[in-house]
Design a protein around this ligand. Structure first.
Ligand code: FAD
Length: 331
């Protein structure tokens, strides 16, 4: 077997039920840029069962080489088994940099791998760059988003998780050629974990929504979220919230926008009764168009809003709903 060129950039290709998470393509886009600058190969690693065709896809999105572990034992995501396989591979091929999506799955996997390899992990990066000295710099918000930290790691490999939707995938190129290195998993420990079936699914996928209508503490009671739900559904969007509403148990954390919630990048973000704390804005400031509705004209949200409505959301939102209904009736 050909030994891989040492020290490539490695991207973990996350898949569930044969569907590759789009963050993996985003990481390949960034990984391609970094590997080209460092003049090394871009690698990807894919674990699962009956996922060979997905290895080809990873090449089409920029990988030079895909380490493929296609085995029935890896059909379900078992964090301990997956860690075991990845630690062994990383020890063998020694990538310079190992990137993993900061998804719920990636966030459970990455620290376990880093701990086993006795290396550092920079979580929740928003960018990775190469500085003038050719060193890898990991960039992430710190102190609840008030500063942007530039982090270099001494230990190897450098490991980072990267937020979803902060990087751009390359356009798919089906003519790209690369190498698929098929591997068998090592002897896996009996982890005691057993997949019993899915008990709940996420109620909403905020990170991928194109339209978000968000509510904050300007709402007086939980039931008033229904008004925002109605507006969101008329627009074909979903409901987001600021953190206090989640803390008060009004709605699940899947809906939280911000530093400790979801990072979102919709085409339209309507903030209703949200003041615009740094922690909230850290999660939505990259939205394409921001509309803010707030009774306080000095609310910080207006500083980043494209359209600001100074007014009571209990008057403005019903008017918007009415107007949209009229529009729909006339369609
Ligand atoms: C470590 C840490 C992490 C955090 N992570 C997050 C996070 O991920 N996401 C997040 O959102 N927060 C987060 N927070 C909390 C954050 O600091 C703020 O407390 C929170 O964002 C404020 O939410 P809000 O804007 O809804 O409430 P407020 O700041 O109380 O603002 C309510 C706004 O509603 C307006 N208003 C009131 N009545 C009306 C009305 N009738 N019509 C229109 N406007 C009205 C008010 O003028 C005000 O501007 C975090 C805090 C910490 C310490």
């Amino acid at each position: 077997m050909n030994q891989p060129v040492k020290n490539g950039v490695m991207v973990y290709a996350e898949q569930e039920e044969g569907i590759v998470h789009p963050v993996s393509f985003e990481l390949l886009g960034k990984g391609r840029e970094l590997a080209d600058r460092l003049n090394i190969e871009l690698w990807s690693v894919l674990l699962g069962y009956r996922v060979r065709d997905k290895a080809e896809t990873l090449i089409h999105y920029g990988a030079d080489r895909v380490f493929l572990y296609d085995d029935q034992m890896l059909e379900e995501f078992d964090v301990v088994k997956y860690k075991h396989v990845l630690v062994e591979l990383v020890r063998e091929v020694a990538p310079q940099l190992f990137l993993i999506g900061a998804t719920p799955l990636g966030r459970s996997l990455a620290p376990r791998i880093a701990a086993a390899l006795n290396t550092g992990l920079t979580a929740d990066c928003i960018d990775i760059q190469i500085d003038d000295r050719g060193e890898i710099v990991q960039i992430r918000p710190a102190f609840t988003g008030n500063i942007i930290a530039h982090i270099k790691t001494r230990s190897r490999p450098i490991m980072a998780t990267v937020r979803y939707r902060v990087m751009k995938p390359l356009p798919r190129d089906n003519s790209r050629r690369g190498k698929i290195v098929e591997r068998s998993p090592p002897k896996l420990p009996d982890t005691g974990l057993k997949f019993l079936g899915e008990v709940s699914t996420r109620s909403v996928n905020l990170a991928e929504a194109d339209i978000i209508v968000s509510g904050g503490r300007g709402l007086k009671k939980k039931e008033d979220l229904n008004m925002l739900k109605e507006l969101a559904s008329l627009l074909g969007g979903v409901v987001g919230v600021s953190r206090p509403l989640v803390d008060d148990g009004w709605i699940s954390k899947d809906h939280q926008v911000g530093f400790s919630g979801n990072t979102v990048k919709p085409k339209l973000y309507i903030a209703c009764g949200v003041s615009g704390s740094p922690q909230h804005m850290a999660g939505m400031r990259d939205s394409e168009v921001i509309v803010a509705i707030n009774i306080d004209r000095s609310a910080p949200i207006f500083r980043i809003a494209d359209y600001g409505i100074v007014g009571d959301l209990y008057e403005v939102v019903p008017k918007l709903i009415e107007a949209l209904k009229r529009l729909k009736e006339n369609e």
